[in-house]
Design a binder for this molecule. Sequence first.
Ligand SMILES: [Zn+2]
Length: 279
Amino acid sequence: MAIVWVCRLGVDAYADLGRHLDVPRFECPVCGEPMVLWGFYRRYLRVGTWCKRVWIRRQRCKACRRSHVVLPQFVTNGRLDELGVIGEGIEAMVAGGGARKVAEDLGLPHTTVRDWRRRFRTRAVLLATAHKEAVARIRYCIAEMAMGAITGDVGAGKSVALRAAVASLDRTRHTVVYVANPMFGTRGLYVSIVSALGAVPRFHKAEVMAQAATLLAAEEVERHRRVLVAIDEAHLLSPAQLEELRLMALCRGGDYAEEGEHGPGSPCCCKGGLLSCSA
Ligand SMILES: [Zn+2]
C-alpha cells in the first residue's frame, strides 16, 4: 500500500537527497502498529523535460508483516509524471483544451495525457458523489439545528461543500455568520456574531456576550431567521472556544423563550445550526 507523505522538500531537493532522506516512521495503514524502516526502491520521476531516478522509502509492519511505500505528495503511484504537471494538464483539459494540444504544450506524449483524462473522468464521478454526500449532511445539520464538523484532507473540498450547502439556503429565512479563521480567542467569536448581525460589538466580554445572545434571539423570534455559524479552519479552535460555542448553542432565549415555541428555560433554537469546517 502507498502512504502519502506531505513532504516539505521541493522535487529537486527530494531527488538530490537520495537515500539521506529523513522520512518519518508511519503507523501501519492496515493494523495501526508502528512500522520499521525497510529500505528503498528507485523509480523514475518526470517533471516536464526533467526526468530522474528518485529513491522511495519502504516501511514494514512487524505485526502483520506487510510492507508499504512512502510517497512524497508530488509522486503518484504507477505514474511517471510529477503530480503538479498532471494537475496542470487536467486543468487545461477541464478548461476545454484537447488532449493532443495539452500534450504538445507540456511536451509529453499524447497517449499519456489522454490516459490522465480517462482516469480523471472515472475519479470525478466518485468526487462528485462525496461532494453531494457532504452537502446533504451539512443541510441535515442546518435543518436539525445541530452542530456538525466536516473533516478531510487539504483540498478535499470541505469549503466547496459548505459554500454549496449555504448557497441553496433561503436567504430570507437564514442568516449566515462565516468565520474564516477562528484564531481570535473567545471574545472574538462573540464579536464576529454581533458584527455579522449588524450591530457594533460592545467592549467588555460580558457585555458582548449578552449582546450576542440578545441579537441571536431577536433573529429567531422577531425576524424568524435561523442563524448558521460556519467556522473554517475549525481545528484551530481552542477548548475554551469550543466550550463557548457549546454554551451558545444551549443558551436559553431568556425573555424571548416565553414567546417562542419552547417554554421558558427550555433549550432555545435561536442559535441555529452551528457548523464547523476543519482542514
Ligand atoms: Zn500491520
